[in-house]
Design a protein around this ligand. Structure first.
Ligand code: ADP
Ligand code: MG
Length: 309
């Protein structure tokens, strides 16, 4: 797949402090790319470099096949982490002004803004002053202004911070829809909840270094550890529990059942085959549940950072 953005060996220091150390990312066209990492990892610094707000000390960025230049600013919709709107302006007035800065005519801006305001159910805010809005409300306006000119690349820096769960979901759905309509999206986050449903590609930055990246399914494959969630109906739950505990690494499993049974997470050895294990379980009782446990993005995040420090 063609990459809409490539950052090659980007390094950036602030004084003696290295904010980015030889970080490279490749963002396939049409993907939702999660730039993950703890606070202070360097995510915003990389995003600011891609948006030509900060210059890297070394390394270079390729946008849609061309070395990054000033004129590319119009190809990127950028929602900064530090959000600011002019407090005393009215919502509609401000949105129109910002939309025209992105190169839309007034009429076009008005039409698109009305469409988006209806979509996000904020139509009645048009004549309100920005200072009357809550943080989450102001953030919705900024989201609209970021996507309005339909740039080919959208970059959202911590888009969910400041939103309640309902609005966070709404923005999630809009991000998916923007992708389905042909945009490529990069977003940064230090919270993993949003990642699972959204990203198809991720890069994990920790302490200025990229420590992991790739297709989310590949990363999951890399981190899965031959673990299964099992449920077995047997007359002697305690005996089977003891037997399994002696043979495998087990922990309690939480899933709903209507009758009593042994519920366990079981980690098999690296060479043990799930089919053999399943067959063995059937000799001990009635297997009601057998599911491979895949690591969550949160598990991966924690494990990768532990391995790295
Ligand atoms: P993240 O977005 O992953 O939380 P940042 O990229 O904002 O992290 O910051 C990475 C590190 O670089 C932090 O330690 C931060 O304090 C430092 N940093 C960022 N910008 C500057 C700057 N302009 N001057 C000095 N230090 C900075
Ligand atoms: Mg940041």
């Amino acid at each position: 797949m063609h990459n809409i953005l490539e950052a090659h060996t980007i390094s950036k220091k602030f004084g003696d402090f290295t904010a980015l150390n030889q970080v490279s990312i490749e963002v396939p066209k049409g993907s939702i790319f999660g730039l993950l990492g703890p606070n202070g990892a360097g995510k915003t610094t990389l995003i600011r470099i891609i948006n030509q707000i900060t210059m890297p000390d070394s390394g270079h960025v390729i946008l849609d096949g061309e070395p990054l230049k000033n004129h590319h600013v119009k190809d990127i919709g950028y929602l900064p982490e530090e959000r600011g709107l002019y407090k005393s302006m009215k919502v509609g007035e401000q949105a129109l002004y910002l939309a025209q800065l992105k190169g839309l005519s007034k009429a076009e801006a008005k039409e698109r803004l009305h469409y988006w305001f209806e979509r996000l159910e904020i139509g009645d805010w048009w004549n309100k002053k920005i200072q009357e809005l809550s943080k989450g409300m102001a953030q919705k306006i900024q989201f609209v202004v970021t996507v309005l000119h339909e740039p080919k690349l959208l970059i959202f820096d911590e888009p969910f911070s400041g939103f309640d769960p309902i609005n966070a979901n709404l923005i999630k759905d809009e991000i998916l829809r923007l992708r389905d309509n042909g945009s490529t999206i990069i977003f940064s986050t230090h919270r993993m909840e949003s990642v699972e449903e959204l990203c198809d590609h991720i890069a994990l930055i920790n302490k200025s270094n990229k420590i992991l990246d790739g297709k989310l399914t590949e990363v999951k494959r890399q981190f899965k550890n031959n673990a299964y969630e099992v449920g077995v109906k047997t007359d002697n739950i305690a005996a089977l529990h003891k037997e399994l505990t002696e043979k495998f690494e087990v922990s309690p499993a939480q899933f709903k059942t209507i009758d009593d049974q042994l519920k366990l997470n079981v980690k098999l050895g690296a060479t043990e085959k799930p089919n053999d294990f399943l067959q063995y379980l059937t000799t001990r009782g009635e297997v009601s549940h057998f599911v491979e446990l895949l690591p969550s993005t949160n598990d991966i995040f924690i494990k990768a950072i532990q391995n790295n420090s």
